[in-house]
Design a protein around this ligand. Sequence first.
Ligand code: BG6
Ligand code: MG
Length: 221
Amino acid sequence: MAKKGFIFDLDGVIVDTAKYHFLAWQNLANSLGISFSEEQNEQLKGVSRVRSLEKILEWGNKTISEKDFTSLMTKKNEEYLNYIETMDTSEILPDVPRILEYLLTEEQGVALGSASKNARIILEKVLLKEKFQAIVDGTDVSKAKPDPEVFLIGAQKLGIDPKDCVVFEDSVAGIQAANIANMVSIGIGDPKVLHEADYVFKDFTEIKEEFINQLVTTKRN
Ligand code: BG6
Ligand code: MG
């Protein structure tokens, strides 16, 4: 079988941590007197910690000092770390292990492409770290999604051409990044939100082995 690269986002794709990011940002926004809706949260998915805080402040029309900015980022991350402290394998999203095992059995490239600086800790907590041949996270990139940098580094680390890579993403920014990288983009979530993706599935339970085989054998330019 041909070899392709499969690059997974982490938050909201492999584990159910998107809800913890939401809670921590909501608490922070509310503490500043800024309201924060689920629709706004959708725009923060896949977006770096710095850029997320900048957006919240823009929405609330607030300007703060650099020192306060740094301490708010620390505060958000401390709250987030509290949420993930007790995480275990039960927070792996349905059928993620089945797809990972299948790809590894078929000797496909498997990488992580996440904006999170906490990605490695989380993968360790849910005992999935050793499934990834390459890990690219928020500590490895200088440009946030929708910039394709994170996925292009992932492809490079796997030694696979970007056009032979497939990305699984739950965020609009991540789907855009995959498209810009000329990779196949697969949205995990709501098709209305992720309409720019090549394919969208509610979750991995909807993804059959036949579909993966089709991705592996299809040649792209
Ligand atoms: C992304 C999440 O994976 O990582 C965003 O979708 C988050 O919500 C971003 O802000 C950065 O994560 P962290 O863990 O470095 O704050
Ligand atoms: Mg995500």
